[in-house]
Design a protein around this ligand. Structure first.
Ligand code: EPU
Length: 419
């Protein structure tokens, strides 16, 4: 078993380079199944979710060459099976994108129910509704989803819920469908735009990604022979922005798209931090104890649920009391019990949590309950007095490349230890 041992407090200072977005990468990789050719993808984060995505593609018949730790060339000309490997697809959430891609490419796919962080109920009814409206038959039996279509035909699909996964999955299934598909009440996250940009680079005709109505004119074929660079990770950038505030540090966050960070910037300024952007960098610093603030998580462009635990660390140290309302997931406050072990005073009930700000956090052994909770605990350990041990690192390694190395470079006293 591995753990991270952090000795704090340390104000984080210096430059940090942001990798490509996990949630874009794990959709773009299955999207390559729609291409009958070879393409190169760079700025891929080197994280376990990406490695598992590549293994799944290889088991379906793709040939992958790692050119560098962050760039692959992928040949999807010879897809040999329509059964996705259950042992791998159950390991993470985004394996559901195999459904849309393989329906588009082969008209059939069998895949296990997806795994991923336990954040409460994670139904996929909107994905299935979209596939069925396009003409597929979908059945779910004994934890396996089987989708089959003689032909997919474009249609209008209204999403009952704003869903990132369903928007991308239906977009994937529509790219090679006959005619035009309209996705209404679509999600607008930056990675949705990135997946659409990737597909358009390969010959698709998708318009309106980033708005709540996406129009996909079906094309006959996607070509390869092109390279694509994954968008920078908005959530990784936001994690370091909030780490700068929680530790009263001074960070330059490089290789990010500052437009994607506006809701985080606004909240940081509300709690008394400073933010300035310059090209593809953002400078965040904070010299004093943060002020209280209330947060409600929302789909993009609202405050992202994936930064809620990291913001929770800032508010646990704020001067005054704050409330967070989580509107996306039923169970995203598990990290508050861990923060309370470190001296925080948080009362979580259902989808709300009340933060009575404390002056200091103190090191303690703590457990990541999911990916973003794990990142928040590293931020808390860096801000806390004494030694923090963070366990369950497999969650964190799913989504952050070299996290301890990045924290070490900006001054954190952090090491990974195998027990
Ligand atoms: N929902 C349904 N039915 C569906 C789909 C979703 O009811 O068919 C509900 C969900 O239960 C949830 C809400 O709709 O209450 C939004 O879920 P969404 O589908 O948007 O989430 P997702 O696609 O499963 C992605 C990210 C999550 C991120 C959410 C929200 C990936 C692989 N995962 O999940 O990221 O929290 O969008 O922004 O893109 C993370 O990176 O740590 C993470 C959990």
């Amino acid at each position: 078993m591995e753990k991270l041992v952090i000795s704090g407090p340390t104000p984080l200072r210096g430059d940090v380079h942001i990798n490509g977005a996990k949630n874009a990468a794990v959709a773009i990789l299955p999207a390559t199944l729609l291409i009958d050719g070879v393409c190169t993808i760079d700025n891929l984060p080197n994280i376990s979710d990406v490695k598992i995505s590549c293994e799944i593609l290889e088991r379906l018949g793709a040939k992958i060459t790692w050119n560098t730790p962050n760039e692959i060339t992928i040949d999807t000309r010879n897809i040999v099976t329509t059964k996705a490997p259950l042992d791998l697809t159950s390991k993470f959430r985004a394996s559901y994108y195999i459904l849309g891609s393989m329906l588009g490419r082969k008209g059939e796919i069998e895949v296990g129910m997806p795994g991923g962080c336990k954040l409460g109920a994670r139904p996929i009814d909107q994905h299935i509704k979209g596939f069925e409206l396009l003409g597929a038959n979908v059945s779910v039996e004994k934890g396996t989803i089987h989708a089959k279509a003689k032909k997919l035909v474009g249609t209008s699909i209204y999403m009952d819920i704003v869903s990132v996964g369903a928007t991308i999955n239906v977009m994937l299934a529509s790219v090679l469908a006959e005619g035009t598909t309209i996705i209404d009440n679509a999600a607008k996250e930056p990675h949705i735009v990135d997946v659409a940009n990737f597909l358009n680079t390969m010959g698709a005709d998708i318009r309106g990604a980033g708005t709540d109505m996406i129009k996909i004119n079906g094309v006959k074929k996607l070509h390869g022979e092109t390279s694509y660079s994954v968008v920078p990770d908005q959530i990784e950038a936001g994690t370091f922005m909030l780490a700068a505030v929680a530790t009263r540090g001074d960070l330059w966050i490089r290789n990010c798209i500052t437009k994607h960070l506006e809701s985080i910037t606004a909240k940081i300024m509300e709690v008394g931090g400073n933010v300035e952007d310059e090209g593809d960098s953002i400078h965040v610093w904070c010299k004093k104890r943060p002020n209280k603030a209330n947060i409600k998580t929302l789909p993009y462009p609202g405050f992202p649920t994936d930064l809620q635990p990291q913001m929770g660390v800032v508010l646990s140290l704020a001067n005054g009391s704050s409330i967070i309302n989580e509107s996306i997931w039923d169970s995203r406050f598990q990290y508050t019990e861990e923060l309370n072990k470190m001296g925080a005073k948080i009362t979580a009930q259902g989808k709300s949590a009340f933060f009575e700000g404390v002056d200091k956090l103190y090191g303690a052994p703590v457990y990541s309950t999911d990916l973003r909770a794990g990142a928040a605990l590293i931020v808390a350990g860096t801000a806390a007095h004494g030694i923090t041990e963070v366990y369950n690192l497999e969650h964190i390694d799913r989504g952050y490349e070299n996290i301890e190395e990045k924290f070490r470079k900006i001054g954190a006293n952090i090491k990974r230890i195998s027990e």
